[in-house]
Design a protein around this ligand. Structure first.
Ligand code: ADP
Length: 277
């Protein structure tokens, strides 16, 4: 029991003569390291894995960097890290007396991922939840990010232990929810939205990924997974920031570690909303 709480305390100071502060709600937000000055922190979340959350985190980082901002990308998807590969980074993280140094991509985005710490790229992370959550906090606090205009956090999917740690301990300025259209008919997006709302984190909007495929011959668009994002965005009262197609060239750029050479406007509107935050 907190030393401020006395026995029998029901949290209502008007019910007894004593005045205490032990039941005041306490923020679990943790400060970043003393060498860091991070202006805006944006979480990219999804209800489940494989919908393109890392793709969207990476693309938004690239777009904001192109606008001239100092950008960092924290890969909090500890058990499924894919960010270093997307940027063709195979090096290991270095450390000096003030902290862990992020890797820097060709265009100058600062990256941190557990993959930069593993002996091999394909080494598994066989850690329990609290250890994983601790690694995320360490990336927030111990990495020498320096001066950043935007830090994007590629959150682990779902609403479990680690996403909860991110939401509770890192001062997020807003989140972007990534989904594929078939998710939208389920409750998954709403769960992510509700978790953010319960923690007073603004939801900047929804990115619908894998919305359609464009026929390379006739240009016709096929909605393979259906649609429905407008309805859910309206229901939740948040903007639908983008509808991004399945684009083979994007998948190839990721596989080749060259996403920074991307040339498309799918997420321009989402980047604009983040810039105006
Ligand atoms: P998540 O982070 O949600 O698990 P990823 O971003 O890793 O998902 O995406 C899963 C796979 O799908 C990756 O191989 C990625 O390159 C591919 N992918 C994601 N979005 C697209 C897209 N719009 N077009 C083509 N491939 C995509």
């Amino acid at each position: 029991m907190s030393e401020n709480l006395h026995q029998g305390c029901n949290g209502d100071c008007s019910s007894c003569g004593k005045s205490c502060s032990g039941h005041e709600p306490q923020s679990l937000i943790e400060p970043t390291g003393e060498y860091n000055n991070i202006k805006k922190v944006i979480g990219v979340v999804s209800g489940k894995g494989g919908v393109g959350k890392s793709m969207v985190s990476s693309m938004l980082s690239i777009l904001m960097r192109r606008k001239g901002y100092n950008v960092g990308l924290l890969d909090a998807d500890i058990t499924g890290p894919s960010i270093p590969k997307t940027f063709g980074i195979n090096s290991r993280a270095l450390q000096n007396e003030i902290g862990i140094l992020p890797a820097v991509t060709k265009s100058g985005i600062e990256l941190m991922s557990v993959n930069l710490m593993l002996p091999e790229n394909d080494s598994p992370v066989i850690w329990r939840g609290p250890v994983i959550a601790g690694a995320v906090k360490q990336f927030w606090h111990d990495v020498v990010w320096g001066d950043l205009d935007y830090l994007f956090i590629d959150c682990p999917p779902g609403t479990g232990d680690v996403p909860l740690t991110v939401f509770q301990s890192i001062p997020l300025d807003g989140i972007v929810i990534v989904t594929s259209p078939q998710d939208l008919v389920s409750l998954i997006v709403k769960k992510a939205y509700n978790m953010a709302s319960m923690m007073n984190i603004p939801v900047l909007g929804i990115v619908e990924n894998m919305s359609y495929v464009k026929c390379p011959d006739c240009g016709k668009e096929f909605k393979i997974f259906g649609s429905g994002s407008e309805d859910i965005a309206k229901e939740l009262g948040v903007p639908l920031l983008a509808k991004m197609p399945i684009d083979v060239s994007l998948a190839q750029m990721v596989d080749n570690g060259q996403l920074e050479s991307l040339d498309c406007d799918y997420l321009d509107n989402a980047a604009k909303v983040i810039e105006e935050l």
